[in-house]
Design a protein around this ligand. Structure first.
Ligand SMILES: CC(C)(COP(=O)(O)OP(=O)(O)OC[C@H]1O[C@@H](n2cnc3c(N)ncnc32)[C@H](O)[C@@H]1OP(=O)(O)O)[C@@H](O)C(=O)NCCC(=O)NCCS
Length: 187
């Protein structure tokens, strides 16, 4: 049986070996690489690779990511184990809506299922609390059933759908949220 300590610190990862920290400028190439690797594994089954590439080259350039980092309403989180980068999260507060969005959560395929995503989510929720909100919102493509199951299991409620376009392909996005209960956090 999995011990509480191994659950807290990331499944098969040794206790405390995965660090969650803020992005630095030197991380942006890694963020781009993780994005591409994870998109290919997750989205290529329903979005042509050329559309994924076009979107990456528009929204995920080092310049575009650096511009995001400059916003007072943005926080980028990175999951790192020793020298390896395992995943990242983007957290964006929208002052007009008074809502906080987890606009990306990606763990490289080799590191999935080991607690890294959950730790990134929990840290993102602490940031959302710092922005003064009590729930966190996100969008998941309807074809991404694994992620939808994962979020649902973690207590997200999906309340509506919106179109989302990557390159020339438009897919439906399920928009959902989960109330933030800091007392439940294990890490
Ligand atoms: C979805 C994703 C972020 C989850 O991160 P992860 O590190 O793989 O997940 P974790 O290991 O933190 O999962 C923690 C828990 O969820 C469970 N879990 C893992 N995959 C699951 C799934 N598909 N459905 C339900 N539960 C799942 C684990 O067993 C674990 O449960 P436990 O805490 O009771 O032991 C990650 O798999 C990922 O990046 N997927 C591809 C990209 C993607 O779809 N991102 C989301 C886009 S919106």
């Amino acid at each position: 049986m999995k011990s509480e300590a191994s659950k807290v610190n990331g499944g098969s990862h040794p206790e405390g070996s995965v660090l969650i920290r803020f992005w630095e400028r030197v991380d942006l190439e890694d963020v781009r690489r993780i994005t591409w690797e994870t998109w290919l594994a997750t989205y290529a089954a329903f979005i042509p690779e050329g559309d994924l590439r076009r979107y990456l080259d528009k929204q995920y350039t080092v310049q575009a990511l650096g511009d995001l980092m400059a916003s007072e309403y943005f926080r980028g989180l990175l999951a790192v184990e020793q020298e390896s980068v395992l995943g990242y999260a983007k957290v964006q507060f929208h002052p007009d809506e008074q809502r906080c969005y987890l606009s990306s959560l990606y763990v490289i395929p080799a590191a999935q299922g080991k607690g890294v995503g959950k730790r990134l989510l929990e840290r993102a929720e602490l940031i959302a609390r710092e922005f003064g909100v009590h729930e966190i919102w996100l969008g998941v493509m309807v074809q991404n059933t694994q992620a939808l199951e994962w979020y649902t299991r973690l207590g997200f409620a999906f309340v509506r759908e919106e179109p989302f376009t990557m390159g020339n392909t438009t897919v439906q996005h399920r928009i959902g949220y989960r109330p933030i209960h800091p007392d439940e956090f294990l890490s």
